[in-house]
Design a protein around this ligand. Structure first.
Ligand SMILES: *[C@@H]1O[C@H](CO)[C@@H](O)[C@H](O)[C@H]1NC(C)=O
Ligand SMILES: *[C@@H]1O[C@H](CO)[C@@H](O)[C@H](O)[C@H]1NC(C)=O
Ligand SMILES: *[C@@H]1O[C@H](CO)[C@@H](O)[C@H](O)[C@H]1NC(C)=O
Ligand SMILES: *[C@@H]1O[C@H](CO)[C@@H](O)[C@H](O)[C@H]1NC(C)=O
Length: 958
């Protein structure tokens, strides 16, 4: 064959190739149905968000049914990623999905950032659900241009700033839930130029509780031509009067204005609300006469406790409301005799009249509701006509009658209730393997779990058991799941609790049917169903659902890409050819790259025998070869793996014949550059302190980066607090752990040279050794505080959600005070045993609110770790909490230094005066240091009366 021939054959085959390629792309284009813009937007999300479904591959989200996506024709109409564990901060691209009708990103705590105002482009959006994420900053005004919106649920985020008045433009809006955020300012109402919430004539639900809304309630907010059924505004900072206009909204079923600072008298026209079922007005400053609620015959639940009403006899209407299940009138200056008629109310379950001046003889009569609970604590009742067969729970603690022999002890002591809904197991001795759970139908699987939070309820907890309430709830949930085609086998509803906001919380376990675990699509649809709530549950109001991230998604379906398969078949030969070409190219590139790496790699020139040149300057730490390590970790076998994290895995191994080490092996994606790695080992090798985990050696070879630390036997502080380890930490031990960790950290800040900022202080980075000495570990993110002497370094913000210093976060300036903040969070964990973010709420806010709440001192008690000793026995608890709170002050300048923290903890331990003799192993001070002290007990500043009302609605610790 001549050269000319060869050239023309070559040209020919090139042409054929090009044609084949063209045909191939054509065919793929025909089968690809998704709108190009939508595809680009989803691909952008894919690259900026973590943990999206693995089936998000290929070029056709609609055709190949990416998890969480529904389409109509070529446009993406719903994006539902509820409970997927998605993490990310960028949202810009969602706004180009202009066909979207449903957007639900709920229960992704790792989604954070500011909601972009471009969300206003989603003109067809009808449902927006972002419950339980970590959004912060203002709600954009542009939300008011989404004319189709029917539901807005932004519950349990960190939104701040005012409620945008533009929401008033949403004429279709039925459900507005902005609860559990940090919204401030007044409730917006319209004027000539600006819209406001009063314009929402179709709205049925205003759920605005648990914010910082202030100012008076505008009278204009309520009018007779609205459709409102729920006016829920509890736990805000509202002042002034309850407007008379409220009484004109005939549709109202629930009113919650409790826990505000409202005053004046309660408008008498509330009586005209003939549909009202629940009225919560407790914990305000209402005064004047108690309102007359006669003839409100569908009222189930009334709570007007803790107001300043004029002293009065027990009003007539108490005994006339035939539907009442619950009447709570604690601390409302009631006096005189309790009328016997009140006990005859047919539905009555709970009557709380504690802390009043009720007197005389208590007569309950003969006919009263079964399982009636009556709380008359702290009154002036002198006598009780008791019958032996009373079937009720009654407490008379704090009445003169309890000082006489007339009352039976059972009415003069406080009982605690165990609200356990778990049906008795019918599965015999069956048990499940590790981390599976037994369903009521005796199947082992991985349930999807979370908690339903009801905004209100109309019955008492004791009645939730063994009653129609429970079966109604169970039936409603199951029928909602099944009618939506969800593969749910059964649910378990357990341990109902009432939280500090009087919300009923029901932990839920949802079991998959016919399989071990749910797939992603099922979890997101369950999450959507629960927060979208197209169904109602009789006796229970609306709720919000916060999940615990699902452990074990069933392997996602591989996408069935018809287009791709046909394309691949036709273009198969082309592809083979291209792959060959690519292979050759890649080989050449690799050689090139290797040469380049060798050039730039300072380690390449390391000569480990001669410590010179660019060899790391190590103090004590040793170099190990990869082969040594393979041997000592049994070839990195799973059984030697003791942990894993974002950077890779941690193995346990034995080096130098006896020393046990923890080997941190970086994964491909998390390798550092050679320079960084060198810096890190140099830094680590210089650190020697008994409260800091020390570096034993390292390995840098064969594309591996490994660090060996001394092995700390008792695991992390987090596991220990979470009850995952064998021993219990009492208060004494916790104080010592705090001191150890503080000393370690203070060493890094103040004694290491140059000083080191840890950057990732958290309870999982504090390890406990055999003697429960704490050591600070993991310097993966550490920064040297440069010699520039400015006291801070500017860095890309890194760290762990929940521990991150807000000032660092905003300014990107890292100082040693950023560690102090994180350490403060750890101190709060020691007290509460809670994770820093639980149910979307940050521990700092939780504790702050509990401390500030002077009206309900027990709120503070509730957040203390229940596995600790009784609160009164926790020496210096309040001092300790004060210290923690000073560490988490917003302004870094106002936080103490770690040295100051160490001294204060030492001081606290001294004051708490632990008995050295019984606890020799932990002796901290030489005898002269402690001998001078009297046993000084610093009790919490607030009243921790052990007898406070765990009756009948005790707020349970979670
Ligand atoms: C998504 O599509 C599925 C199946 O076509 C349908 O059952 C479901 O209701 C759709 N969801 C939404 C939110 O449109
Ligand atoms: C929005 O909805 C309308 C009515 O259903 C429809 O005609 C229009 O195409 C939708 N817009 C987009 C961008 O999908
Ligand atoms: C209308 O209300 C807005 C904010 O609520 C306020 O800024 C504006 O001054 C008001 N305009 C008039 C004419 O009162
Ligand atoms: C409450 O209202 C009812 C019905 O109007 C009336 O009969 C009753 O006297 C009122 N009670 C008081 C204490 O004013």
């Amino acid at each position: 064959m001549s050269i000319g021939n060869m050239v023309s054959v070559w040209k020919m085959s090139c042409r054929v190739l090009i044609c084949l390629l063209l045909v191939c792309t054509r065919i793929m284009a025909i089968f690809s149905v998704t709108d190009g813009g939508d595809l680009a937007a989803l691909n952008a999300l894919k690259s900026s968000w973590k943990n999206l479904s693995p089936n998000w591959v290929g070029g056709d989200p609609c055709g190949s049914r990416w998890d969480g996506i529904n389409c109509t024709d070529t446009r993406v109409t719903s994006l539902i990623l509820a409970g997927m564990g998605v993490e990310g901060r960028e949202f810009g691209d969602i706004s180009s999905l202009t066909g979207l009708r449903f957007l639900d990103l709920s229960n992704n705590v790792g989604l954070e950032g500011i909601l972009p105002s471009s969300i206003g482009n989603l003109k067809n959006l009808t449902v927006l659900i972002l419950v339980g994420c970590s959004f912060f900053g203002p709600i954009p005004d542009s939300i008011g241009s989404l004319q189709q919106l029917v539901q807005i649920s932004l519950n349990s985020n960190r939104f701040s700033g005012p409620i945008p008045p533009s929401i008033g433009n949403l004429s279709q809006l039925s459900w507005l839930d902005l609860s559990m955020n940090r919204l401030s300012g007044s409730i917006p109402v319209s004027n000539n130029t600006t819209p406001g919430l009063d314009k929402l004539r179709s709205a049925q639900h205003f759920h605005l509780s648990n914010n910082q809304l202030s100012g008076p309630i505008p009278a204009q907010l309520f009018s007779s031509n609205m459709s409102l059924i729920h006016a829920i505004f509890d736990y805000n900072k509202l002042i002034g009067y309850l407007p008379i206009s409220l009484g004109s909204v005939q549709t109202l079923e629930v009113i919650r204005f409790d826990w505000n600072s409202l005053q004046g008298s309660i408008p008498s026209n509330l009586r005209n609300l003939r549909n009202l079922n629940e009225l919560y007005l407790s914990n305000n400053n209402f005064n004047g006469n108690m309102p007359n609620l006669t003839s409100m015959n569908v009222l189930y639940y009334v709570d007007m406790s803790n107001n300043n009403f004029n002293a009065s006899e027990v009003p007539q209407w108490f005994s006339s409301l035939q539907s009442l299940t619950t009447l709570r009138m604690e601390n409302t200056t009631l006096q005189g005799q309790v009328p016997v008629d009140i006990f005859r109310l047919p539905q009555l379950e709970t009557l709380v009249l504690s802390n009043n001046n009720l007197s005389g003889t208590l007569d309950i009569g003969n006919s009263y509701g079964s399982n009636l609970t009556v709380d008359l604590q702290n009154n002036s009742i002198t006598d009780f006509r008791e019958k032996t067969d009373y079937n009720l729970e009654l407490t008379l603690v704090g009445n003169p009658v309890c000082n006489t022999s007339k009352a039976t002890a059972r009415f003069c002591s406080i009982e605690t209730h165990n609200n356990n809904l778990l049906p008795s197991s019918k599965c015999g001795a069956m048990s499940c393997s590790r981390d599976k759970v037994l369903s009521t139908k005796c199947q082992c699987s991985h349930p999807y779990t979370g908690t339903i939070h009801f905004f209100f309820f109309s019955f008492s907890l004791t009645h939730l058991q063994n009653s129609t309430y429970y079966s109604t709830l169970y039936g409603s949930l199951m029928s909602a799941f099944l009618s939506n085609g969800l593969p749910v086998e059964s649910v378990i509803i357990n341990n109902p609790t009432i939280n500090v906001f009087s919300y009923l919380q029901l932990p839920l376990q949802i079991f998959p049917s016919g399989q071990d675990s749910f797939n992603r699509s099922s979890v997101s649809r369950i999450g959507f169903l629960l927060n979208h709530q197209p169904f109602k549950i009789e006796y229970f109001g609306p709720f919000f659902f916060l999940d615990e991230q699902y452990c074990c998604f069933e392997g996602s379906k591989k996408s069935s890409q018809v287009g791709l398969i046909i394309g691949a078949a036709i273009g198969g030969s082309v592809l083979v050819f291209l792959i060959l070409l690519a292979g050759i190219y890649a080989l050449r590139q690799r050689k090139k790259a290797k040469r380049a790496i060798e050039k730039s790699d300072p380690f390449a020139s390391w000569n480990l025998e001669k410590e010179s040149g660019s060899v790391p300057q190590l103090q004590g730490a040793k170099w190990f070869s990869f082969e040594d390590l393979k041997k000592c970790t049994n070839n990195f076998s799973e059984s030697n793996c003791i942990g894993s994290g974002g950077y890779g895995k941690v193995y346990k191994g034995t080096v130098a014949s006896s020393q046990v080490v923890a080997i941190k092996r970086a994964e491909q994606g998390s390798m550092q550059g050679a320079h960084e790695f060198k810096t890190e080992i140099e830094l680590l090798s210089r650190i020697h302190h008994k409260n800091v985990v020390s570096l034993v050696g390292f390995c840098y070879e064969q594309g591996e980066q490994m660090l060996f630390y001394e092995y700390i036997s008792n695991g992390t502080l987090r596991d220990c607090l979470a009850g995952k380890s064998a021993f219990r930490l009492d208060w004494n031990k916790r104080l010592r752990i705090a001191l150890d960790a503080a000393r370690g950290l203070s060493y890094l800040h103040e004694l290491a040279d140059p000083p080191i900022i840890h950057r990732d202080i958290k309870s999982t980075n504090i390890l406990l050794d055999n003697n429960l000495n704490a050591k600070v570990a993991d310097f993966g993110l550490s920064k040297l505080l440069g010699d520039a002497g400015k006291g801070y370094v500017t860095t890309q913000v890194k760290g762990t959600l929940g521990y991150m210093d807000p000032e660092y976060y905003m300014t990107q300036q890292l100082t040693d005070k950023s560690d102090v903040y994180s350490f403060g969070v750890v101190l709060l964990e020691l007290v509460t045993a809670r994770a820093p973010i639980q149910h979307g709420k940050h521990i700092v806010r939780l504790v702050q609110e509990a401390i500030e709440d002077t009206q309900e001192p027990q709120k503070f008690d509730q957040i203390i770790d229940p596995s600790l000793e009784p609160v009164s026995k926790l020496g210096c608890l309040m001092k300790f909490v004060d210290l923690a709170m000073s560490c988490v002050r917003e302004s870094a300048a106002e936080r103490p230094t770690m040295g100051e923290v160490v001294r204060e903890i030492e001081n606290i331990i001294k004051l708490a005066n632990f008995d050295k003799k019984t606890d020799k192993g932990f002796s901290l001070f030489s005898s002269e240091e402690t001998s001078d002290e009297n046993p000084l007990h610093s009790y919490p500043a607030k009243g921790f009366d052990a007898s406070y009302g765990s009756f009948p609605f005790h707020v349970q610790r979670q």
